[in-house]
Design a protein around this ligand. Structure first.
Ligand SMILES: Cc1cc2nc3c(=O)[nH]c(=O)nc-3n(C[C@H](O)[C@H](O)[C@H](O)COP(=O)(O)OP(=O)(O)OC[C@H]3O[C@@H](n4cnc5c(N)ncnc54)[C@H](O)[C@@H]3O)c2cc1C
Length: 409
């Protein structure tokens, strides 16, 4: 685990057995597509490549799903980090609505995967709630509700008069089947298990230290001196992009999470809905299959190499206190796991998917923003098509150079 990007005792790598270990690369090989990064994003992209019959190899410098994937809360929601009207200064309302619908498409994709290959990752569909506890912001919430309703999304507005939750709510957008949750560690392993049966090759403990760009493709060099030749390389290295690109891919923060011990009741938490407030920074909450509560947020700016343990402990305490206040009917809330890590967001709340502007054989799949896993699904779908010569119009939304010259970062 890279201490700069993930820190603490992550619940998902702690409670799960390692389902499978993959070898490290001990020879020179050739493949069609090589994916760098064995987190959930790399696994998703590799799955779509393998599903499309493309020969694919995944290289992970450490262990599978031990980076940011081990600490993601795995709230899968179609909505973005900011409200539609807030995003209008960076993109059009039409694009925001398009992104919402793409989020729903990605959710459907995960659901289809589970239907076909079985639920080995505690996947569950969930409704979602975005809410404010401030009267002054209730109108903004109502506006967000209207935007989504007009776009045909299945939403209800909740106000203080019909609030079914045990916490204070002045306005909220309730989305029916607007989300899902899963165990990201098990999901990553399941994707790789399925994909290796379709021909994917996976190598752990195989760090890529160099990419050479050739006329017909790329040649990668691993830390042990082996070469991997491919037509395309896809960077799925999460927040760790510095070695292969000097682009600034977003504003980094540190976000904090706690996982409680299993609780005896979830009274006051209707439908185990995925919850997010609209505070700045925001907070987010979900439950697990074994009745734990995962709570996150309290973000602060990211400083590489600097980890303030006291500040982290204060934030973990605050998150615990917050859920105690929100759910007074749950008597036994006690945090068990505490962890934090880098998180990157962009001004239009979308990740980066697609070819580099300089090196045509270098492609990216970087799921930045709160919907990272859903963006990775879209990336897998669109990049596997692109490899076969079919460009999806939606790819433009995620273009690498969309902020160039606009002084966005
Ligand atoms: C506390 C927290 C909560 C979050 N909650 C959510 C959430 O609820 N929903 C959501 O969608 N997203 C969430 N995120 C973001 C989330 O972590 C990402 O969406 C996603 O899990 C990142 O996965 P990844 O595969 O892109 O990155 P990672 O899991 O970090 O994988 C990248 C991999 O690349 C490998 N790598 C890097 N360099 C090399 C190299 N040179 N050679 C070989 N391998 C290399 C790394 O070792 C690593 O394993 C959260 C993030 C944090 C920190």
């Amino acid at each position: 685990m890279d201490l700069h990007y993930a820190q603490g005792e992550a619940i998902f790598t702690k409670v799960n057995q390692v389902p499978r270990q993959y070898p490290y690369l001990t020879e020179d090989i050739e493949t069609e597509v090589v994916v760098i990064g064995g987190g959930v994003t790399g696994a998703i992209v590799s799955y779509y490549m393998s599903e499309a019959g493309i020969r694919c190899t995944l290289l992970e410098k450490s262990r599978i799903a031990h980076g940011s994937t081990s600490i993601t809360t795995s709230l899968l929601q179609y909505e973005l980090d900011s409200n539609a009207r807030e995003l209008e200064q960076y993109t059009s309302l039409q694009n925001v609505v398009r992104s919402y619908k793409l989020g729903l498409k990605a959710l459907k994709e995960i659901d289809n995967f589970i239907q076909v290959y079985g639920n080995q990752c505690e996947y569950a569909k969930r409704d979602t709630l975005l809410y404010t506890n401030k009267q002054a912001e209730s109108a903004q919430m109502e506006e967000e509700y209207k935007v989504r309703k007009e776009a045909g999304l299945p939403v209800d507005f909740i106000g203080s008069e019909n609030n079914p939750f045990s916490f204070e709510l002045k306005g909220g957008v309730y989305s029916h089947e607007g989300g899902a949750q899963l165990d990201p560690y098990q999901y990553t392993h399941q994707l790789l298990e399925v994909s290796t049966q379709k021909g994917l090759k996976v190598y752990e403990n195989t760090e890529v230290i160099k990419i050479s760009y050739l006329a017909e493709g790329v040649e990668l060099e691993t830390v042990y001196g082996h070469k991997v030749k491919a037509k395309k390389v896809i960077l799925a290295t999460g927040y760790d992009t510095g070695r292969f690109s000097n682009r600034n891919f977003g504003t980094k923060t540190v976000t904090y999470n706690i996982a409680t011990k299993p609780v005896s009741t979830l009274e006051g938490w209707m439908n185990k809905v995925l919850i997010r407030d609209n505070n700045d920074p925001y907070h987010y909450y979900r439950t697990t299959q074994d009745h734990r509560i995962l709570a996150g947020g309290e973000d602060i700016p990211f400083n590489p190499g600097i980890f303030d343990e006291q500040a982290a402990d204060e934030r973990y305490d605050r998150l615990e206190q917050k859920i105690k206040e929100m759910f007074p009917n749950i008597p036994d809330i006690e945090k068990e796991y505490t962890y934090c890590g880098a998180f990157a967001s962009t001004q239009d709340n979308l990740g980066f998917i697609g070819p580099d502007t300089k090196h045509q054989h270098l492609w990216y799949c970087l799921g930045y923003g709160a919907n990272g896993i859903l963006f990775a699904i879209l990336g897998g779908l669109m990049l596997s098509k692109l490899y076969k010569g079919e460009k999806d119009d939606d790819l433009d939304l995620f273009r690498i150079d969309r902020f160039d010259g606009r002084g966005m970062f």
